[in-house]
Design a protein around this ligand. Structure first.
Ligand code: SF4
Ligand code: SF4
Length: 400
């Protein structure tokens, strides 16, 4: 029998226990082990429809990488395979292609956003489209939040990367992040104009050249200063901090990507550190007693290993009681554009989460990822009996 090299899958099955897609679909081909087995034998460039479909059925959540007994990185191998794939698999191919095209083209995205927003603002509160986009009932044209309380200094001490959702669709998240940032740093953060999509959607689709182009543009956009770069989107943070790996084979960009990544500041970590540095600081009490569940985005939980700061912050807020799901944190099934490509699997994964939420019966669900927020809101609907879903930045801005 041939010896197993360290880079080969040991078929131990540890990944099957944590893989949300395998748990939802129950087929070996849906696990990291099954996909690696196929990748060792079949060239993605000559993929059949069925093989292409299997390669598209991974959320790239990173749970398997954390537990892998051989230290393998199955999501990275999946991304590399998708790069070689010559056919598109999964549902809603056109919608995904348009979405990726828009995300890869900042000018096009800004145009779509400015044309589409007035229409979206007119959607009635119970509109299905509003639900599908995860828009808050109160509307997306959130007016800028009131002036930040507390001290003000002249020059910004932070730069801000809001990401596409908070720039174009969920502006209330961007405004809330700015307000919380100002409360701790003393001034509104700088918002460099040339910044663009973090590139996660392009990377997930195997479009590495677009992901690299967007990375270079973002690095340039923030190169005018050396301020820490705050972001309140878990998915963006996860993608931005891996720019050094993405641009590792480009000598003229490698050092710039490393310097960029060192400046990144994840929102909940920033707030928790700010509270530690200023023991006199306290968020106001919740206007009513509420049980709150913090939903861990996979991009923070598995990629960045940030799970405690949001919980530490929530525990300090009078009137909030932090509740946990009986089976521990669960993936929501959104995974970049996975929910569009694989709606049935994404729905099953989300149903497991909703089931757990039903049992925990919180009044409020909060998270730090715009993608998770939208997908959970869609799943819960707008029924008044369901828990509210709010981005952590929005929740905290209300309690300043
Ligand atoms: S990245 Fe997530 S969805 Fe993909 S194989 Fe690993 S655990 Fe499963
Ligand atoms: S945990 Fe790693 S080594 Fe074990 S079956 Fe999964 S991919 Fe293979």
């Amino acid at each position: 029998m041939a010896a197993i090299t360290p880079l080969q899958c040991a078929k131990c099955g540890a990944c099957t226990v944590v893989c949300p897609v395998f748990q939802a679909g129950g087929r070996e081909s849906l696990s990291a082990r099954g996909r690696l087995h196929l990748l060792e034998r079949l060239d993605p460039a000559q993929a059949s429809d069925a093989y292409a479909e299997i390669l598209s059925q991974c959320l790239l959540c990173g749970a398997c990488r954390v537990v892998c007994s051989r230290g393998l990185d199955p999501p990275a191998r999946l991304i590399a395979a998708r790069e070689r794939l010559e056919k598109t698999a999964g549902s809603q191919v056109l919608l995904r292609a348009i979405t990726r095209k828009a995300l890869g083209n900042p000018a096009l995205l800004a145009t779509i956003s400015s044309l589409g927003r007035p229409l979206l603002e007119r959607l009635p509160a119970d509109s299905g489209l509003r639900l599908r986009l995860g828009l808050p009932v109160e509307g997306i044209a959130a007016p800028p939040l009131p002036e930040t309380p507390g001290k003000k200094s002249e020059s910004p001490s932070l730069a801000f990367f809001p990401g596409c959702y908070a720039t174009h669709l969920h502006r209330e998240i961007g405004e809330a992040t700015k307000r919380v940032a100002a409360a701790f740093s003393g001034s509104s953060p700088l918002l460099p104009k040339q910044q663009c999509c973090c590139g996660l959607a392009a990377e997930s689709a195997g479009d590495t050249s677009t992901a690299k182009r967007l990375a270079r543009q973002n690095i340039l956009a923030f190169s005018g200063n050396t301020l820490p770069i705050l972001t309140s989107c878990a998915s963006c943070y996860s993608r931005l901090r891996r720019y050094p790996e993405l641009l590792a084979d480009e000598p003229e960009w490698r050092a710039k990507a490393q310097a960029f990544a060192r400046r990144l500041l994840e929102f909940s970590t920033f707030v928790a550190q700010g509270m530690q540095a200023d023991p006199a600081f306290a968020f106001a009490a919740s206007p009513k007693r509420r049980a709150v569940v913090y939903h861990d985005p996979c991009h923070l939980r598995f990629h960045a290993k940030i799970t405690n700061p949001p919980r530490e912050i929530l525990r300090t807020i009078p009137g909030l009681r932090l509740a946990e799901l009986a089976d521990g944190p669960q993936c929501c099934g959104q995974g970049g554009l996975f929910h569009l490509a694989q709606p049935e699997l994404a729905g099953k994964i989300r149903d497991r989460l909703l089931n757990q939420l039903d049992k925990a019966a919180p009044d409020l669900v909060t998270t730090t990822c715009s993608g998770c927020l939208i997908h959970i809101r869609q799943g819960l609907g707008h029924s008044p009996s369901r828990p509210e879903v709010r981005h952590l930045a929005v929740l905290l801005a209300e309690l300043l």
